[in-house]
Design a protein around this ligand. Structure first.
Ligand code: ADP
Length: 323
């Protein structure tokens, strides 16, 4: 739309000047509003991201991993991002906590035999008079040293397992034959008249790491003997299913209460930690479980106190039929 008008020549100059001044002021105003408006809007938009970044940086550089980002915009993308960060912090906190607990439990367990060894040395030096006194001290020291050596070797294995599946040496082999050899070669810590019976279906081929699987079998057998009944029976069975195979290690010993069954696969858990001559510190079953899971399998337990326990390892079988 164009409006034309006629104005006297004398005022043209003033009017023009006025128009120019208004235009300039308008222009400056527009620039001012534009610049500050854009700045304000971008600040408003990016403020939550900046706050989120600062909070995330402060959590990751500080000591307190239990802090969380306050989620104000829970429905938008920034809220989602904050939630993802919070999940990540929760997982990190969890893993740091369990690492800390592991180190502190391990140190505690190693301190006990160390204290006994030192006390025994001091006692032998001060009080022992006869050869028998010295032998008794040495026996005690040997027992505690064995316990430490056993635990250190378990700790090393666990550390290696924690590094993941990268170092596994999987091979396809006759698991039935492997299991039979493991049982034949197993030497129980002490003879309490317990009999081992094998019910192994022959020629079940599985893909497994023999070095790791031997530990599963040994640990389960050690426990079956340790917690088994004097003159009792242990059954080791292997059965094939369509897409898996199950290994059973069954004893008729002291059994495990229903409440305790939820803890037995945790590190450093023992129903009765005061078992004197025993080398274990509650690491065996946690390792067994980890190895089973590395093989894509799992381990479960069925048990009742005073009747016995059955440990069942299920492993995937690629080829369920004989080879
Ligand atoms: P440990 O070195 O104490 O044997 P494990 O991790 O092998 O450690 O087992 C954890 C705990 O589970 C044992 O201390 C014991 O209380 C219980 N347990 C394991 N196997 C059996 C079993 N066959 N019968 C009864 N209790 C068992």
């Amino acid at each position: 739309l164009m409006i034309r008008g006629i104005i006297p020549a004398t005022i043209t100059h003033h009017v023009l000047l006025g128009i120019v001044v208004v235009a300039v002021i308008w222009l400056l105003l527009t620039i001012f509003i534009g610049v500050f408006g854009a700045d304000y809007i971008s600040r408003r938009t990016f403020r939550p991201i900046k706050a989120l970044t600062e909070k995330a940086a402060s959590i990751s550089s500080g000591d307190n991993l239990s802090e969380r980002i306050n989620i104000e915009h829970s429905s938008d993308e920034i809220g989602e991002l904050a939630e993802t960060f919070n999940d990540m912090f929760a997982r990190l906190e969890d893993s740091f906590e369990s690492e800390k607990r592991f180190v502190s439990d391990a140190s505690h367990e190693l301190r006990t035999p160390t204290t006994i060894i030192l006390a025994e040395c001091a006692r032998a030096k001060k009080k022992a008079r006869t050869k028998e006194d010295f032998i008794a001290s040495l026996n005690n020291i040997e027992e505690q040293s064995n316990k430490m050596a056993h635990m250190i070797s378990q700790l090393l294995s666990i550390t290696r397992l924690d590094q993941g599946t990268a170092h596994m040496r999987m091979q396809e082999a006759d698991f039935s034959a492997f299991l039979a050899v493991c049982c034949d070669e197993f030497v129980p810590a002490n003879d309490r008249g317990i009999k081992l019976n094998m019910q192994i279906e022959p020629h079940i081929y599985l893909t497994f790491d023999p070095g790791l699987m031997v530990r599963v079998i040994q640990n389960l057998l050690e426990n079956a003997y340790k917690y088994g009944r004097d003159n009792g029976n242990i059954i080791v069975a292997l059965k094939r299913h369509k897409a898996s195979a199950s290994l059973f290690v069954i004893d008729d010993g002291i059994g495990i209460s229903e409440e305790d069954q939820q803890y037995i696969f945790k590190r450093f858990w023992q129903a009765d930690p005061s078992r004197g001559e025993d080398l274990g510190v509650g690491l065996g079953l946690s390792m067994v479980k980890q190895i089973c899971e590395f093989h894509g399998g799992n381990i479960t337990v069925i048990s009742s106190p005073d009747e016995g326990s059955s440990f069942i390892v299920t492993l995937p079988a690629k080829q369920p039929t004989n080879k």
